[in-house]
Design a protein around this ligand. Structure first.
Ligand SMILES: Cc1cc2nc3c(=O)[nH]c(=O)nc-3n(C[C@H](O)[C@H](O)[C@H](O)COP(=O)(O)OP(=O)(O)OC[C@H]3O[C@@H](n4cnc5c(N)ncnc54)[C@H](O)[C@@H]3O)c2cc1C
Length: 336
């Protein structure tokens, strides 16, 4: 049966749900205070990789389902999705390759730096650059993953939603879900960190992330990530490069210039490059939920069905399609 769905939130969770609902023939409208680049999703890096999110037993299946969809999307160059080699490093010890990554082709990079240095010494050029870049790390692994260039991908999702007959209405702030127009019989809550106030969920905490956008870095065809403190990543996108990052418990959405300077210094030191020009600073609040991502069907006070879809922490992009599929299933496959 076709339903009419009001989705609250126009970050990656709301937009992906919007596409899934609208393309299955449901009357779909997204209502949001902010859209696209103004949301936390607009500040994300955004690589496919589970990070800062619970619980693993649900997250990994959602992530793997999303991975399949994104690999398919990467064949369409207009989508903003491409495949990139992720090099994940540790500065302190032997890095663990997650069990789920092994069948996906993850391979160890430990001692690669030394081997490359030896070989690069003989061949010079680009290889030497790569080897030098790895010198700060003790071990690492490599895995090919989807990268979503948020400057393109969020618009791509919005266009797909509109093409399927959906609507996006911005500057709409709701105090409670019951305030959604009663002509929508389904309400989908994709409010990210906003769900703290919207549904009084005290389990949510803002894991603040700040990044600096810099021009593309010469000879950096792969993403470099190191989760040991200080968190460091350099992610080359279509037209620029994202330098990160931070992960602190804070509600502050303003960019801090001292933090940007620290991020750019650490990335430049690691990549052995001159400090680049800063094109922009971005801040987002990762919606981390202590008891885990909430994908759950419930009932509003007025009797309507609501499906919650929030609390994706540092993995909203990584889980987006897997969670959206579960949301549409919960919303439409069970009795209203
Ligand atoms: C620096 C940084 C790097 C990241 N890197 C990655 C990465 O590499 N890979 C990855 O998978 N994830 C990454 N993340 C995490 C990812 O960005 C988030 O998990 C994701 O953006 C959450 O998306 P969302 O749609 O649930 O929430 P949001 O993007 O925050 O969107 C919430 C929406 O709800 C609306 N809203 C909220 N409250 C209300 C209300 N009361 N009424 C109306 N509208 C409301 C907002 O206006 C907004 O439109 C990163 C995050 C940051 C900050």
């Amino acid at each position: 049966m076709n339903r009419s769905a009001a989705i609250i939130g126009a970050g990656v969770s709301g937009l992906t749900c919007g596409v899934v609902f609208a393309e299955r023939g449901h009357r779909t409208a997204i209502f949001a205070k902010e859209i696209g680049q103004q949301t936390t999703s607009g500040a994300a890096a955004a690589l496919w990789f589970p990070y800062d999110v619970e619980p693993a037993n649900k997250v990994i299946p959602w992530a793997l389902e999303t991975l399949r969809t994104l690999i398919h999307r990467a064949r369409n160059s207009n989508s903003g999705v491409s495949m990139i080699e992720l090099r994940q490093f540790s500065r302190t010890g032997e890095i663990q390759i997650p069990n789920w990554a092994i069948p996906l082709g993850a391979r160890r990079l430990s001692s690669v730096a030394t081997a490359l240095c030896r070989r690069a010494g003989r061949s010079g050029g680009k290889r030497l650059d790569t080897a030098r870049r790895l010198q700060h790390f003790v071990s690492g692994f490599s895995l090919n993953v989807p990268l979503m260039d948020t400057t393109i991908y969020l618009d791509y999702l919005a266009k797909r939603l509109l093409a399927a007959g959906g609507l996006i209405i911005e500057n709409m702030h709701f105090e409670k879900l019951e305030d959604v127009d009663p002509k929508y019989d389904l309400v989908i809550n994709c409010a990210g960190i906003g769900a703290r106030e919207l549904v009084h969920d005290t389990d949510l905490e803002p894991h603040r992330g700040q990044v600096a956008i810099v021009p593309r870095i010469k000879d950096l065809p792969y993403a470099v990530v190191c989760d040991d403190a200080p968190l460091m990543y350099a992610i080359p996108r279509t037209n620029d490069c994202v330098f990160g990052g931070t992960n602190d418990l804070s509600d502050d959405r303003g960019a801090d210039s001292a933090t940007t300077a620290r991020i750019v210094a650490e990335c430049s030191r690691t990549l052995k490059i001159e400090k680049p020009t800063i094109l922009a600073e971005r801040v987002g609040l990762r919606p981390f939920r202590k008891s885990g991502v909430r994908v759950e069907r419930a009932q509003l006070c007025d009797g309507r069905t609501v499906v919650h879809n929030y609390g994706h922490g540092g993995s909203g992009f990584t889980l987006s399609w897997g969670c959206a599929e579960e949301v549409v299933h919960l919303a439409t496959d069970s009795p209203a």
